[in-house]
Ligand binder design. Structure first.
Ligand code: NAD
Ligand code: IPM
Ligand code: MN
Length: 359
């Protein structure tokens, strides 16, 4: 049976890294006897440049009917001065909302030897393995009303959460934690925000249904500090949309490069799999972007969209082995003190590892 994957390259380095993920999946297909069909569609700046909306209708329809969606990144400085609704990012936000992708999983791992690339002392980060569970379709990103006053002297957004929205994302976090180290830290700003008070009370109720998982609450500012001082104390971090956006980039920094972080966005229908990083315009077209975040997103696609755990682990092992050989793009080669490889070389090394794993 063929798995249909919609490929949304997007902008900047998006198409390059998404192409790397496609190559990794094709190699998985050859080794494990799976057939993948990739269908490319425009999104973001790529769509806007062609005179289309940031999420063209047929792109959304194709995603709805696919087995999974693989995205590179969106974002193009050309549209920086445009109003929110006419920016490339609006296409991604609309896709998340339309597909009901409320659960965003952002795993952060330091691979063996990777501690040398971290800006923190190696003994602080060796073996780091945490998961950020970010609510993705609510909060400030989508709350109404939003806009600006008629005289354009004020602008406003609304942070709004319902119990039902908090409950379903909390349930995801507790289930993930139960399969890991059984610890959830729920991150909020309950000392200031009503939404956070509702969040905390709701998470408590969900937590009571999962007695095997230890639940703690932490304010977001305090969590940002702890991520730098003692990142290994975290197993699962559960948080709302904006806090999760910020904390996941910070946690990505622990690895030395945002380029290695994958993500899975899940709802009731097809999932969306994309690296955490953006379109990195300065790196675009230079064959210098780190493809590991995109390739690891393909591993999450195998795991969460297809239930193909052996295949997912084969991809993760291939990335780890490539990393262990110090075959890295400049973002990691710099801090590791090794000669940099190109994006295409790292991709080829990962594909070779998937095809015939060392040892
Ligand atoms: P960015 O993630 O593109 O870049 C942040 C830093 O990380 C830069 O120094 C960049 O060079 C580096 N970096 C990112 N990905 C890398 C990779 N694969 N390999 C090596 N280095 C990498 O964030 P930004 O500069 O704030 O945003 C650029 C554009 O991307 C903006 O338009 C923004 O809105 C958009 N964006 C999109 C997504 C997405 O599509 N999911 C995520 C974040 C930002
Ligand atoms: C991310 C990005 C997006 C977000 C932007 C591009 C809309 O930063 O996926 O982390 O803020 O969610
Ligand atoms: Mn982000």
């Amino acid at each position: 049976m063929t798995t249909t994957i919609i490929l949304l390259g997007g902008d900047g380095i998006g198409p390059e890294v998404a192409g790397a993920a496609v190559q990794a999946l094709a190699a998985v297909g050859r080794r494990f006897g799976r057939a993948f069909a990739f269908e490319e569609r425009p999104i973001g700046g790529a769509a806007l440049r062609a005179g289309r909306p940031p999420l063209p209708r047929e792109t959304l329809d194709a995603c709805r009917h696919a087995d999974a969606v693989l995205l590179g990144a969106v974002g193009d400085p050309l549209f920086d001065a445009e109003p929110a609704a006419r920016r490339p990012e609006a296409g991604l936000l609309e896709l998340r909302r339309e597909l009901g992708l409320f659960a965003n999983l952002r795993p952060i791992r330091i691979w063996p030897g990777g501690e040398a690339a971290s800006p923190l002392r190696p003994d602080r980060v060796a073996g780091l393995d945490l998961l950020i569970v970010r609510e993705l379709t609510g909060g400030l990103y989508f709350g109404e009303p939003r806009g600006e006053s008629a005289d354009r002297q004020q602008a406003f957004n609304t942070m709004r959460y319902s119990c039902a929205e908090v409950e379903r994302i909390a349930e995801v976090a507790f289930r993930q934690a139960a399969a890991r180290r059984c610890q959830v830290v729920s991150v909020d700003k309950a000392n200031v925000l009503e939404t956070s008070q509702l969040w905390r009370a709701t998470v408590e109720r969900v937590g009571a249904r999962h007695p095997a998982v230890r639940l703690e609450h932490q304010y977001v500012d305090s969590c940002a500090l702890a991520l730098v001082l003692e990142p290994r104390r975290f197993d699962v971090i559960l948080t709302e949309n904006l806090f999760g956006d910020i904390l996941s980039d910070q946690a990505g920094g622990l690895t030395g490069s945002l380029g290695v972080l994958p993500s899975a966005s899940l709802g009731d229908g097809p999932g969306l799999f994309e690296p955490v990083h953006g379109s990195a315009p300065a790196l675009a077209g230079r064959d210098a972007a780190n493809p590991m975040g995109a390739v690891l997103s393909a591993a999450l696609l195998l795991r969460h969209a297809l239930g193909a755990e052996a295949e997912a682990q084969a991809v993760e092992a291939a990335v780890a082995a490539t990393f262990a050989r110090r075959c890295c793009t400049p973002d990691l080669a710099g801090p590791l003190g090794v000669a940099p490889a190109r994006c295409s070389q790292v991709t080829a090394a990962i594909v070779a590892e998937i095809t015939s794993p060392a040892k």
